[in-house]
Write a protein of this length. Sequence first.
Lengths: 425, 183
Amino acid sequence: MKMNLDDPKLTAYALGELEGPEKSAIARAIADSPEAQRVVLETQQVAQALRLQYKFELKEELKEEWIAPRRLIAVSDDSFWSKAGPLAMAAGLTLLALIGALALATNRSGSALHLADSSSREQAESGRFSAVEGEETTQFAPNPSRDFGAAPYNDVGEHPFVSVSSNPRSSFPIVVTSASYSEVLQSINAGILPPKNTVRIEQMINYFNYDYPGPPADEPFSVNVDVVSCPWEQSHRLMRIGLKGRKASSDVHSANIIARDTKIDIEFNPVRVGSYRLIGYDRRSVQGENSNREGARDHGIAAGYTVTALYELVPVAQQFITRQEAQTLLSAKLRFKKPDGNGEVQSIERSVTDDWVDFAQAHPDLKFAAAVAEFGMILCDSGYKGSGTLGAVLKWAQEGKGADTNGYRAGFIELVRKAQTLKKS
Amino acid sequence: MRSEKTEVGQKFEEILQRFEIPLLQYAVRITGDRERARDVVQETFVKFQRNGALNREDEPATWLFTVCRNAALNVCRKERRITYLDDELIEARESEQPMPFDQLEQKEATGFLLRIVATLPPRQQEVIQLKFQNDLSYQQIAKIMKTTANNVGVLLHTALKTLRQRYGEIAGDFIPFKPRTTE
């Protein structure tokens, strides 16, 4: 039987709607037609993607209900409804629990969500922090609004390596959500490798907790930097920078907002670093660049907030470095305003040296973050994924699993295994 | 007596949790208005309770979507709103040109398929939503939309063909296909 690709039965078969002899007949026809097989496979993929997107939309609707709570079902004068008061309350509670779980899954901390829309403002206003007039800081387009009605993903491309001699300064948005990781998780669990342009490496990295020491009592943030050999490109260095906000104290004033207009500024030493690349934070269209300017001063960074960014560095060959020259690899400067201050900009500065630590000796957290980054690069088929493979990702993640009290890292390892099977099939 | 009520309440709560927002989204698409959709869905659940549908129906989906659809179409008729029309007019609208795809933000990946769905003719949008959001069978969808299972199959096939093409163009990442032919 010649298979007509425009036969609705082909779709019905792909969706599991056919039964009995009809199903067998179509199945035989499909077996003889590679084109029909392709249609069935693609139909099933689209069907699965649709199911996922509807599910995601549903979750966002629940979130919206939460933001503007108004129970859909009003109590009527019907006897059932007059008894439905506690029921409605129970329903509300269930809804609340669902939202809680969702917030946990996508952010795991209310602060990230709470702060979401301040990042673009920080970026939009970042000019004010320009340390040296006329000197360029590599600027990154603001994160688009995290209003989920407007999808947060825009595929404009990865950051390339930037020459230190022409651009010694770099920055990245302090506020990162982790929505992309949940998307990747859902997709792979459903048996589909996620579309490349949904993979946001910085969001995936920041889905996980990393254990940074807290700041000294008089500072709102700790700035933590470590540098090791880059596991997917041995001649390069991998740098991790982690910021951790002060934990909430009993003092209500410091518990809520510890700082505002926060911006990180990294300056590389051209004697030591030839070029650098910020991993993730893909450049996005600058649509609505100024739309979030209003009220920028009202938002800040919440207590306990942490963010992690990775840079891949191309070091200057050692034979060109003399002992007399500065050992400093880079300096990281965090600028912020204290919420109760008079608008005065304060800063914390760290000088970082490279002790030529090998990746094998890296902190487990850094190994794990590197695994997540490489996984993201493989998923979006990055030109910078280097020699890494899913097998290597698995190894690094296992080495970096640590205590994993909440089981998230074990979940990641499981996810990489699933991706391996999907890649093979 | 009391425990029976509690059981009914619990069952109702489950149905509410499961269908409230899918019905709301369905009704919004028909009425084109969130407030009216809320009224329609409320009316649907009140009828559901009053008619004893809770006890009769093992699978309440067909009942709920049918009643919700009728109520939403009634609202449109009463208010002479043109957002969503009678079935005859819906059929006529199928020939209308869909929104040019260029107008969509093609690069937004999350929900991009749903954005393409929004450009399809109304009846195709409806079957896609009932099938993939609510996992209903051809038979159930046919009952809700007052048509035949065959017609549902044609609508779905046509809609999915468009979606397949767009998905391939944009995501460009169908899992590599290896044909399996019988020797």
